[in-house]
Design a protein around this ligand. Structure first.
Ligand code: ZN
Ligand code: ZN
Length: 297
């Protein structure tokens, strides 16, 4: 897995690739706008150019956008759902302009109307958004959640339902948040539990539809449904489980984002430590000296 973090856009979007490179990230994630507000000024040509240039000058790292927190695609209230759809459409246009492939979104809350109704609203919203942005390359990653309150997305079956209903694999895939899945009850800690989980993931959703990870450890115990992130090895999932996950060859090319707000100095120290826990990327570990692998292609 590629190791990275959610980085600040303080000082402008173009500061984020510079920050990510300074921390030693191999990938990163940003908010493209204030995550607590419905509307933001649209991106000027200059801002887009500055971001693209900084991104190219700083290692061209895989990057994700995390959508704003107000969106609820599963709301039974039509007005709220429409507003949410518009916000996601806008976010996809921003991603497209910036050259960013994926926007991570939570499926939302059914607010008491039940899982079936909520998932149906959610799949309608997703279809509507993808239709309105047809022709865009930027797509949506639906994120696994803890299932706090009436939130959807804490069962793999929920995500499988959405992907099947919407049926647009180029533009709708999944982001797995380790803290959320653990808090939702999935056993990522034990070797056996993790094997069962990924087998289940593969049969319900298909590992090919998994495009990114949020690699957060969980402060709270398994099944708590409580969303409290901490750094890898400092929580209930633990370093040994993450070592296996980060080294898993099925996930070699996927971005793994740590979402823990900390100071710049801490990131400079933590990112290399997590890279060490993983070791060299699997492809490099396996490559024999002299490039024999390339010849034997
Ligand atoms: Zn999230
Ligand atoms: Zn979280």
């Amino acid at each position: 897995m590629l190791i990275g973090a959610h980085v600040s856009v303080q000082g402008g979007l173009h500061q984020s690739p510079i920050r990510a490179a300074r921390y030693g990230c191999e990938c990163f994630q940003i908010f493209s706008r204030n995550q607590m507000r419905w509307t933001s000024p649209s991106l000027s040509e200059e801002k887009i150019h500055l971001f693209r240039k900084a991104w190219m000058d700083n290692g061209r790292l895989p990057v994700l956008i995390h959508d704003i927190y107000l969106v609820n695609l599963s709301s039974p209230d039509e007005a709220r759902r429409s507003k949410s759809c518009l916000a996601v459409v806008e976010e996809l246009h921003r991603a497209e302009a910036l050259g960013i492939r994926w926007v991570a979104i939570h499926p939302g809350s059914h607010l008491g109307t039940g899982e079936a109704a909520g998932l149906s609203f959610c799949s309608d919203s997703l279809s509507r958004i993808l239709k309105k942005t047809a022709g865009c390359q930027a797509g949506i990653l639906i994120e696994t959640t803890t299932g706090q309150g009436h939130d959807l997305g804490h069962r793999l079956e929920h995500l499988a339902f959405l992907l099947t209903r919407v049926n647009n694999p180029e533009r709708l895939a999944v982001c797995a948040d380790t803290c959320h899945m653990f808090a939702a009850g999935y056993d990522l800690k034990s070797k056996k539990g993790a094997e069962v989980l990924w087998r289940e993931f593969d049969s319900l959703i298909g590992l090919a539809h998994l495009k990114a990870f949020h690699i957060n450890d969980s402060i709270r115990e398994r099944g708590s449904r409580v969303d409290r992130h901490t750094f890898i090895g400092e929580g209930q999932i633990g370093g040994a489980a993450f070592r296996r996950l980060l080294r898993d060859e099925r996930f070699t090319k996927l971005p793994g984002i740590m979402e823990i707000p900390r100071s710049e100095n801490e990131f400079v120290e933590i990112i290399p430590r997590i890279k060490k826990l993983r070791g060299a990327p699997a492809s490099r570990r396996m490559q024999p000296i002299g490039g024999a692998r390339r010849l034997s292609k």
